[in-house]
Write a protein that binds this ligand. Structure first.
Ligand SMILES: Cc1cc2nc3c(=O)[nH]c(=O)nc-3n(C[C@H](O)[C@H](O)[C@H](O)COP(=O)(O)OP(=O)(O)OC[C@H]3O[C@@H](n4cnc5c(N)ncnc54)[C@H](O)[C@@H]3O)c2cc1C
Length: 461
């Protein structure tokens, strides 16, 4: 039997048995059937059941609840959205961009409220995010992000910090300034996803694990097909499998699976904590294209995550890709580069997983009343809070309600498909390589590579 605790520190320490629930054994009829036992699927089941007690809702999960990104992430529950505020403003106009950002801000508290109501001890702690400019070349990036929030009238929640002010909150090397964002919490992802599953079951939802959906069909009764039988749904089937949806032939080019990898240190002693001076467990990020994200866990470890592991031809996803020696070595080096006073610190865990990236970086939710097919997906590594918001939106869409949520710019939209192979592989590998080269040049205070503007234009989001 698979040892699911090996997939992440969070699954290992979620505080409950990971023995799978029962699998589907025969065909069944329900009101709503959901593919995916991660945050998206479980939040959708939760809000549907909360609004409609007695509704027959099932969640179908190939492995176990939390097997995917929801049980492996960096623990940032943040108001950060995959598309930058200035790009959002350009795409949807000021008012709609502002409405979406406000909804993201409120989502952080919504997650906390449900955790309290449902007694989910997810170690939720609201300490904000510090996006650090490490090197003068990154200062314009945090200034322009702040200007965009200012234009949207949201600047009260953000603060530009000087190098000295930032150093008072954490002693990271080479800080030239920082942008502080209030609306962010860090949490224990495994405890959240496993607790949510229990909350769904408490409200009458049924979760089948070890049940792979191989095909879906829309119609007056929409259907999921698995080797054990069909799940026929009167109201809706919901595709909530994020990056793994690319394994279904009909959705193969909808999302690109991109691996994000994490290294975790041993718990820090009092002395080491004093040396790094990390206040209030704020989440940390750099402005690098390779995306560095750090969490100070409740048990005082440093979690350092980053991208850069190579994309595999044909959007392949496999357990072998969860660990990539070159990227994990680079992450360990980064920990010491950021915190030179921690030289010699031990790393206890290494893991990773795929994030689902849409072609336009924009998360989407949709429900077609004719085919009864719904979906919520495409968070590009920002799904801990966003999945709660998309689940509430998709719930409104399925229930046919016209509300503020169902008119957000993430509602009823489609992202363009990714290119076919080998063009997809060529383009993605080029971008990954260009981002590593641009970050490397910045770090070594060298001029950007000659093709930087091309890569920056293509990677603009
Ligand atoms: C290493 C890493 C770090 C991250 N860090 C952060 C972070 O700090 N903050 C943040 O906001 N986001 C982060 N993310 C992203 C975030 O975790 C995801 O966006 C979010 O968990 C997506 O939730 P989901 O339910 O949509 O997908 P998932 O959690 O991936 O769940 C999908 C589930 O569907 C199941 N499934 C798929 N296909 C089928 C099928 N055919 N049949 C049955 N079941 C199926 C899978 O087994 C899986 O359990 C990170 C992701 C990774 C991988």
């Amino acid at each position: 039997m698979t040892d699911y605790s090996k997939y992440s520190f969070w699954m290992e320490t979620c505080g409950e048995s990971l023995t799978p629930r029962s699998a589907l054994t025969n065909s069944i009829d329900v009101d709503v059937a959901i593919l995916g036992g991660g945050y998206t699927g479980l939040w959708t089941a939760y809000y549907l059941l909360r609004a409609n007690p007695g509704m027959k809702v099932v969640v179908l999960e190939k492995e176990i609840v939390g097997y995917g990104a929801s049980g492996r992430n960096g623990g940032w529950c943040s108001s950060k959205f995959p598309v930058t505020p200035s790009m959002l403003e350009r795409r949807c106009g000021r008012d709609r961009a502002r409405a979406l950002m406000l909804a993201m801000n409120a989502t952080v508290d919504e997650v906390s409220c449900v955790c309290q109501e449902e007694s989910i001890d997810a170690h939720f702690h609201k300490g904000g995010i510090l996006t650090l400019a490490r090197g003068d070349h990154q200062l314009p990036l945090i200034r322009s992000a702040f200007d965009a929030y200012f234009r949207l009238g949201l600047h009260q929640q953000y603060e530009l910090l000087t190098a000295a002010q930032a150093q008072e909150r954490v002693r990271v090397s080479n800080i030239c300034g920082a942008l502080y964002a209030k609306e962010n919490a860090s949490l224990h992802p495994g405890r959240l996803v496993r607790g949510l599953a229990r909350a769904v079951e408490k409200r009458g939802g049924v979760i089948y694990e070890q049940t792979e959906i191989t095909e879906f069909k829309g119609g007056p009764t929409a259907r999921f097909i698995s080797p054990a039988g069909e799940v026929r749904a009167k109201r809706a089937i919901v595709l909530a499998g994020e990056s793994y949806l690319s394994r279904l032939s009909k959705l193969h080019r909808a999302l690109l699976p991109v691996y994000s990898l994490i290294a975790l240190t041993e718990p820090l002693s009092d002395q080491k904590c004093a040396k790094i001076g990390w206040k209030d467990r704020a989440s940390l990020a750099s402005c690098n294209y390779t995306v560095d994200y750090l969490t100070h866990t409740a048990d005082r470890r440093i979690l350092f995550g980053s991208r850069g592991a190579p994309y595999h031809f044909g959007s392949k996803i496999s357990d072998d890709q969860d660990r990539h020696a070159e990227t994990h070595d680079r992450i360990e080096e980064l920990v010491i580069e950021w915190f030179p006073m921690l030289e010699g610190i031990k790393f206890t865990h290494h893991w990773g997983g795929p994030v689902g990236m849409p072609r336009d970086w924009m998360p989407m939710t949709a429900f077609d009343p004719a085919s009864k097919i719904a979906t919520a997906r495409g968070y590009t590594g920002q799904g801990v809070s966003t999945a709660n918001l998309t689940a509430r939106v998709v719930t409104e869409l399925i229930m046919g309600r016209k509300t503020q949520l169902s008119s957000l710019p993430i509602a009823q939209r489609q992202s363009p498909a990714w290119a076919r192979e080998p063009f997809r592989w060529l383009a993605v590998r080029y971008m990954q390589n260009a981002f590593l080269r641009i970050d490397g040049a910045g770090k070594q205070k060298r001029p950007k590579p000659a093709d930087a503007s091309v890569a920056e234009y293509l990677g603009r989001h």
